[in-house]
Design a protein around this ligand. Structure first.
Ligand code: ATP
Length: 260
């Protein structure tokens, strides 16, 4: 596996109209092997920032640096989107193997073995021959996660990955993500609307509003994480802190030095 890259967003600005900045002068450091959540009201620029980090969205100003550099075309950056977006005519195994086929890594047999390993890692070892319509929503999302991880990326970018799932599945897949991170230690940036999920899964929470970074909150919940922590007083208290920042009820005291 490649070393987890740190991510440096330096004064990133993305404008869609002449002066219409969806993301404005945004500077953020994400440490190698860190999981950080991007949270904020609808339309505040979370997806635009994630796409800029991925290299999918040209920036109007600023730059994004990864160290060591991570390159999508070499499978070093993985994506998980809200919709699993699997090829309907391909089996789960073929879907997972697809990124390896595209970048042309290894011999066909090695690719198949890697895809099987990735499916096993998301507890879908027995579903490889099924097509997407034969999989439940949760299984489709597991397949999508396996596809994102099959190339052993050093950076994983997730855009509201569990938003379409019910609470039980959401919690289950959150814990799966934590265990995958524990084994692989990739750097992850996850967009979510769900405060509890952002607290359970990430080390820091970047709160955005109107295209700017409102604050970066250090998450006090100890590691290792699991869902039982969601019932603690500490979790509830931090939930309140994040909510206040989201509502704009706090005047920025939560910034950490590398999130300025
Ligand atoms: N391709 C585009 N062309 C023009 N405007 C865009 C484009 N993509 C995004 N925008 C605008 O940029 C702003 C930020 O959008 P973005 O999708 O990044 O927000 P978001 O915080 O991810 O929202 P949500 O939580 O609803 O997904 C919005 O005003 C949106 O309309």
């Amino acid at each position: 596996m490649s070393a987890a890259s740190s991510i440096e967003c330096c004064s990133v600005g993305v404008a869609f109209g002449r002066n219409d900045f969806a993301v404005s002068d945004l500077t953020l450091h994400v440490g190698g092997g860190e999981i950080i959540s991007l949270i904020g009201p609808s339309g505040c620029g979370k997806t635009t920032l994630l796409r800029a980090i991925a290299g999918l969205q040209p920036m109007t100003v600023g730059r994004v640096e990864m160290n060591p550099p991570a390159d999508t075309s070499r499978g070093q950056i993985g994506f998980v989107f809200q919709q699993p977006s699997l090829l309907p005519w391909a089996t789960a195994l073929e879907n997972v193997q697809l990124p390896l086929d595209i970048i042309g890594r290894g011999q066909p047999q090695e690719r198949r073995r890697a895809a099987l390993d990735a499916l096993r890692s998301v507890k879908l070892a027995d579903a490889g021959e099924k097509r997407p319509h034969e999989l439940s929503g949760g299984m489709q999302m597991r397949t999508s996660i396996a596809r994102a991880l099959v190339t052993d990326p050093s950076v994983l970018l997730l855009d509201e990955p569990f938003a379409a799932l019910d609470d039980m599945l959401r919690g289950e897949l959150g814990e799966l993500l934590l265990s995958l991170w524990d084994q692989r230690r990739f750097t992850a940036v996850m967009v979510t609307h769900n405060i509890a999920e952002s607290i359970l899964l990430s080390r820091r929470i970047a709160v955005m509003r109107g295209g700017i970074l409102e604050s970066v909150l250090e998450n006090p919940i100890p590691w290792p994480r699991d869902q039982s922590q969601m019932r603690t007083a500490e979790f509830a208290a931090f939930f309140g802190v994040v909510s206040d920042h989201l509502r704009g009820a706090v005047d920025n005291p939560g910034r950490t030095p590398d999130g300025v």
